[in-house]
Design a protein around this ligand. Structure first.
Ligand SMILES: [Zn+2]
Length: 283
C-alpha cells in the first residue's frame, strides 16, 4: 500500500513538478507578452512624439514662410508709400543734359517721355546710359496731325518708338499722350478719339501714364522757380505716390527739380522710374 502510496506520491510530485514547470512557462510567457506589450507602447509613444514634433516643426516652417511673404508684401506697399516718379515731357533739349546732371548728383532716376530727337540723339543715349527710363510722348507733338485719326496717331507713336529703339537698342512699353489722356486739343476727324485710342493702348503694346502732380511749368521760360518748386512739393505732399509732370524744355525746371529733390530727401521720399507693373495713374 505504502509502495502504492509512494508511487502515487511520486506520481503526484511528478505531476506537481510538471504543473510547476508549466506554471513557470506560463509566467515566462506572460512576462514576455508584458515586455513586448510595454515595448510596443514605448515605440508607439516615441512615434507619436516624433510625429508631433515633425508637425510642430512643419507648422513653424510654414509660419515662417507666411511671415516672409507678408513682410515682402508689406515692403511692396511701403515701396509705393512716399514714392515720387519724376517725369519730363517734350525733350530732349539743351536743358535735358543739365537735368541729367542734377539727377546724377542726387542719384535719382527719372522718366523721360520724349519727342523727335533729330540732332539730339546723344542726349537720348545719355538718358538711357544714366539708367533713366524713356517713353514715347509724340514724334511731332502737333495735335492737329496726331489726333487727326487713329491711324495718324499710331503712326506717330511708332515713328517715335523706332527712334528710341534705333538710339538705345531697346523698345519702350510706356507712353504719355500729348496733352494727357484727357485734353480738349485732340480734335480731328473722329469723335471721342482719345477714348478710342485709350482702348487700343494695351493691344499696341503700351501702358499710358498721366500725372497727379504738375510743376505748372508750361508758362514758358519765365515761369518762376519758387512757383514750380511749390507746385511740385504741395502736390507731392497730397499724394501717397506721385507722378510729377515737368517739361525739360525750360531752364528753371533744372533748379526747380533740384529744390524738389532736396526737399524729398529731407522728408523721407524716394524716387523711382515709371513701370507699368508698379504704379499706373490715369486721369
Ligand atoms: Zn507734351
Amino acid at each position: 500500500m505504502e509502495k502504492g502510496l509512494n508511487k502515487y506520491e511520486a506520481e503526484k510530485n511528478k505531476n506537481n513538478n510538471k504543473a510547476g514547470r508549466q506554471n513557470q512557462n506560463v509566467e515566462k510567457k506572460k512576462k514576455t507578452i508584458i515586455i513586448i506589450f510595454a515595448l510596443c507602447i514605448i515605440a508607439l509613444i516615441y512615434t507619436m512624439v516624433r510625429l508631433n514634433m515633425k508637425n510642430f516643426n512643419e507648422t513653424e516652417n510654414s509660419v515662417e514662410v507666411i511671415t516672409e511673404t507678408s513682410s515682402e508684401k508689406k515692403d511692396e506697399v511701403l515701396n509705393l508709400n512716399k514714392t515720387v516718379y519724376l517725369t519730363f515731357d517734350d525733350g530732349p533739349t539743351e536743358w535735358t543734359t543739365q537735368i541729367i546732371d542734377v539727377l546724377k548728383r542726387y542719384d535719382v532716376k527719372a522718366t523721360f517721355f520724349i519727342t523727335n530727337p533729330e540732332g539730339r540723339e546723344e542726349i537720348v543715349k545719355n538718358i538711357y546710359k544714366e539708367g533713366h527710363k524713356i517713353g514715347v510722348h509724340s514724334y511731332s507733338h502737333r495735335y492737329s496731325e496726331i489726333y487727326k485719326n487713329r491711324e495718324s496717331f499710331w503712326n506717330d507713336v511708332e515713328k517715335m518708338q523706332k527712334e528710341i529703339q534705333d538710339i538705345t537698342g531697346e523698345k519702350t512699353d510706356i507712353m504719355r499722350f500729348a496733352g494727357g489722356s484727357k485734353n480738349t486739343l485732340a480734335i480731328g476727324e473722329e469723335e471721342n478719339i482719345l477714348s478710342k485710342l485709350k482702348r487700343e493702348v494695351k493691344s499696341k503694346g503700351y501702358e499710358y501714364f498721366d500725372w497727379n502732380v504738375s510743376a505748372g511749368d508750361g508758362g514758358g521760360a519765365l515761369t518762376d522757380i519758387d512757383y514750380i518748386t511749390n507746385n511740385m512739393i504741395e502736390g507731392i505732399k497730397r499724394n501717397k505716390t506721385s507722378i510729377v509732370l515737368c517739361h525739360d524744355t525750360y531752364e528753371n525746371v533744372v533748379y526747380g527739380i533740384e529744390n524738389v529733390i532736396k526737399w524729398c530727401n529731407e522728408n523721407g521720399y524716394k524716387f523711382r522710374v515709371i513701370d507699368k507693373d508698379e504704379f499706373i495713374y490715369h486721369f
